[in-house]
Design a protein around this ligand. Sequence first.
Ligand code: NIG
Length: 381
Amino acid sequence: MSVLITGIGELTTNTGAALTDAALVIDGERIAWVGSAAGAPDADERVDVEGRAVLPGWVDSHTHLVFAGDRTAEFTARMAGQAYSAGGIATTVEATRAASDDVLAAGLRKHVDEAVAQGTTCIETKTGYGLTVEDERRSAIVAASLADEVTFLGAHLVPPGWDADDYVALVCGDMLDALAPHVRWADVFCETGAFDEGQSRAVLTAAASRGLGLRVHGNQLGEGPGVRLAVELGAASVDHCTYLSESDVDALAGSGTVATLLPATDLSTRQALPPARRLLDAGATVALASNCNPGSSYTSSMAFCVATAVLQMRMSVEEAVAAATLGGAKALRRDDVGVVREGARADLHVLDAPSATHLAYRPGVPLTWAVWRRGTRVTRA
Ligand code: NIG
């Protein structure tokens, strides 16, 4: 089944191609052709988007969607002045351990559907609310049933009642053995209140020795060793990057590690926003992601992250849209998503607006008009 899309008001390809009067053809799960409408080939079906903007679907490279329970009370307390701390994760761990696989899968389905309906077409999610071998393993299996990319985050928090070094030994041994077949990535929360540099290094080194790609949660609540460690160990991405020293920025700029910024988190935890301008001006690769999770960032809206990045972090619309599409793809080391080119996955986001600028010009307005994910037009259930 092929579909010819015409009437594109503005096409963002992320390939450098500048097209006027653009059209494209989807064939099966892939983009088969991109060019000027005048030269478009025939297709089984035609869709005229009547001057609307077309972008690659959002690539949300950082979420925590395998969870149960509710943390509204923690959010309310935070809005009344309480600081966010890593310890809140334990509330979700308790609820997640008590939930059946079916309940976890239904929650994941709800949040993935919610994200896709807003233009997200490639989504990463993590374990990290189980923190026993069995609860992490079943979290990974649930995650793999719906997410494009799955990350093992057994090193999210030292579970209550555990000695930190004993827990790190469990993560590096039995937990990684049980999880490695189900995940592509391993991550560690390298932060005060979670895992220190030595513990984080042990987890990442053990994961790399089993062939997993590395990601790091770092520099979320203050400056620390997360960025340095991520760069040293060749992690694909270091996520948060809210508090960066000059040497952190330099290290990222000279590396293949993507700086993934999660601005909805910093708003929801009432922190400063990440220094996007410093990173971009230094030459670092930047991604934007939602960090959708029940504690620090309960939004699946990539459009909200893009609008925040433009309005408050001094990114241009082009930089923010690229960071939320191509940047996310780079953070996941994928070249088949986050771009509109022949052979790429047919993941498209059509806005009910003539240009991507409207994402920041009309913040908070639901602009998604149509979404194709792997070549299938998706409508909300
Ligand atoms: O990315 N930083 C660690 N993990 C999540 C928060 C998880 C939670 O509070 O439940 C984050 O912000």
